[in-house]
Write a protein of this length. Sequence first.
Length: 422
Amino acid sequence: MSSTAWLLSVGFAALMLLGVPFAFAIGIVVALSLVVSGIEPMLLPQTLVAGTQSFSLLAIPFFMLAGELMSVGGLSQRLIKVAEVFVRHMTGGLGLVTVGAATIFSAISGSAPATTAAIGAVMIPAMAARGYSKAFATAVAVSAGVLGPLIPPSIAFVIWGVIAEQSISKLFSAGILPGIIMAIGLMIVCWWHAKKNNIPTEPRASRQEIYEALRDGVWAMLAPVIVLGGIYGGVFTPTEAALVSCVYALVIGTLVEKRIKWKEIYELVWRSMKVTSIVMSIIIFSAGFGILVAQEQLAPKAATWLAANIHEKWVMLFVLNIVFFLIAAVMDEIAIMVIFGPLLIAIAKSFGIDPIHFGSIIVTNVSIGMAAPPIGYCLFVGMAISGLKLGEVAKVMWPFIWVMLAVLMIVTYVPQFSLILI
């Protein structure tokens, strides 16, 4: 390998092992590679700017802000109440409420950490107060957050659509059924846990309670209808849908629910900007990384090697899923998609995999990574809410992880599971 290739592979891995933040590790490797390879240094700032010049990426800050507005504005609490009156009396009822509310919230926010934060802040204390261990309650909220990138609209699908140059609307459609089946699987785990541990059930909601929950939650339930209906009805693009989500959440939070004070909006915008800056830093530095990877022909070489040594598509997909799961457990999900995007796309083309189906496989993989120990984003959000340590939460995560992996296998080997709604 050339010195540039060594820097891009071994050098980058070494920086990560030393604990250097991903964005800085990528930036350092890209800068050193430019020096070693003798490429014009001005390529770096030009690449950084070019990496942000996509209209679709505007969806990221708007979905981040929408999640903040909906959480503070009370929409997440309304969604939880709607889910609660229908299933709280069942075995594992509060776990079912958590997953159900996260499913609906995911159809508004598009973000896994935002879903875990919004639903977990309410449901983790509620579950702990009603007989669930705090660790299991945290694991449910963390696992439910994984639905955020799968159920449209989804920030992860937006990023992959930009990288792979595929229709974001079609990618959104490819995530609907996997997301719903994963939600059902998580509910089964909650039911099994409650039955095994004799968790007491809640009293059945009265008709009056159901009526009041639906009446109070009508604005919250309208949000996914407006956002998804607008996208699939051709009224606005997925990027414009993110802005619509923000405006809707702002109007409802300030004028209807009246929980958001105008003086608080600055703080909400600032919080979403900080998260967005982290995401965009990874994207822009990874763009430079991707250019150097392409120059070194690493992606085509790896794809050619795989094609020469692995002849069966199902074997390649199985190996890819194993490797992806291990990488996603220790590496940022966005960085994975941007850095390995060219390689993954080359592999998909060499084996004749439908690009939309492949996008569904990739996003399902990175979604699982958001909950997988040791560094999943949702895992740390849940730990921050519950105050528990990583080991306490990680040991009860595995039933949920196995369900997610089972859904991944279905998505991988049954293409129509992702493509049927396109």
